[in-house]
Design a protein around this ligand. Structure first.
Ligand SMILES: *Cc1c(COP(=O)(O)O)cnc(C)c1O
Length: 367
């Protein structure tokens, strides 16, 4: 598949050692740079001034591996982690034995054994959860999540007013911002005022900011910030270092005549005699169907457009303008980060990351 004029693109994509092993994998290689995760945490920690910088590792560390991420960040100095549900806590506890691990969804029915067994701290969201927690795990640490306007999770103001007197000794009082990625949105200040009013005088450490809130300024940072996406290289932390690279092998290359169709529905038609590369990854691997005919792949420094719909296990790209077709094309890399790919697919970097499937060979670097 190579010709002498293409050393540059080919070299850029030359697989690292142990390629023989990964070549047997069907859908390509996902490089995860834990060194970059550590540097992103360090940068957010520095930016947070006096506030402690925690780390959100829900959804298996935004798809990159909660265990390895938590281990790397604990080594870097992170002491507080957040997961979405109790069942995610075990991997984090194993990776960071001395850390505090909070659970956003609080204390749901059936959680007691896991909360106790792994020493997890539920963030109580409702009067029902508070009753359950006191009955099932009296004396076990808890935090409080209040709803300051997002309308999703947390005690509502009336419930909080009624329970506040008995919910003493909380390890953390927190709330979540709905519009932190839009700094000028008036909802940010409204939620800040509501959070202050609801938590003033409680005596518990407080936390309001995720990645976006951390960047809104010191007023939003309180005692602890809880970045997630910024650690993994995504917006709204523009200063983040990219964490992932993804290359996908070419299965087959074909020449098609002008007018030929490609893929399901033949939504792509050759406007000239064309060369089509078929790659071994698809929407079952998180390369969501909305990318079809919109996103680009990269051969070294050269972009090639997807041609046609994304299939479950395959992609097709128009490689007519490449002097030669490398053995793999890059989906995520120096020329296209998670947010650029997300934009082409009409979504956000969070969804691209968390969708990355289990079939990739995962290469962790920079532990
Ligand atoms: C997901 C989440 C975070 C982290 O958000 P990012 O935007 O990824 O930084 C923080 N707090 C809560 C409650 C969350 O659900």
């Amino acid at each position: 598949m190579r010709n002498p004029g293409s050393h540059r693109a080919a070299d850029a994509l030359t697989p690292p050692p142990r390629a023989a092993k990964t070549a047997r994998m069907a859908t390509g290689t996902l490089h995860i740079d834990l060194g970059a995760v550590r540097r992103n945490w360090r940068a957010l920690d520095r930016l947070s001034g006096g506030a402690e910088c925690g780390a959100v590792v829900k959804a298996d560390g935004y798809g990159l591996g909660a265990g390895p991420v938590a281990r790397a960040l604990a080594a870097e100095g992170a002491r507080t982690f957040f997961v979405a549900v109790a069942s995610e806590g075990a991997a984090v506890r194993a990776a960071a034995p001395d850390a505090r691990v909070f659970v956003f969804s609080g204390h749901m029915a059936g959680d007691a054994a896991s909360l106790r067994g792994h020493g997890l701290i539920p963030l109580i969201n409702s009067p029902e959860q508070w009753r359950r927690h006191r009955e099932a795990l009296p004396g076990h640490p808890f935090g409080v999540q209040v709803d300051t306007g997002m309308g999703r999770l947390g005690l509502q103001p009336s419930d909080w007013a009624a329970l506040r007197g008995e919910m003493t000794g909380a390890a953390l009082a927190m709330s979540h911002l709905a519009c932190a990625d839009a700094p000028d949105d008036p909802a940010n200040d409204a939620q800040l005022r509501a959070f202050r009013a609801m938590t003033e005088g409680m005596g518990a450490p407080r936390s309001l900011a995720a990645t976006g809130g951390t960047l809104l300024g010191p007023a939003f940072r309180f005692d602890l910030v809880r970045p997630g996406i910024g650690l993994y290289g995504g917006l709204p932390f523009g200063g983040a270092e990219p964490v992932v690279r993804l290359s996908v092998p070419v299965v087959q290359v074909r020449d098609v005549p002008e007018g030929a169709g490609v893929g399901y529905g033949m939504t792509w038609r050759a406007r000239r005699p064309s060369r089509i590369a078929t790659l071994s990854a698809g929407y079952a691997d998180g390369l969501i169907r909305a990318m079809g005919n919109r996103a680009r792949l990269w051969a070294g420094d050269r972009a090639v457009p997807l041609a046609g719909r994304v299939s479950m296990d395959l992609l097709t790209a128009d490689v007519t303008d490449l002097p030669d077709v490398p053995e793999a094309l890059e989906v995520l890399g120096p020329h296209q980060g998670v947010d650029a790919l997300a934009e082409a697919a009409g979504t956000i970097g969070y969804e691209i990351l968390t969708a990355l499937g289990p079939r990739y060979a995962r290469r962790i670097v920079g532990t």
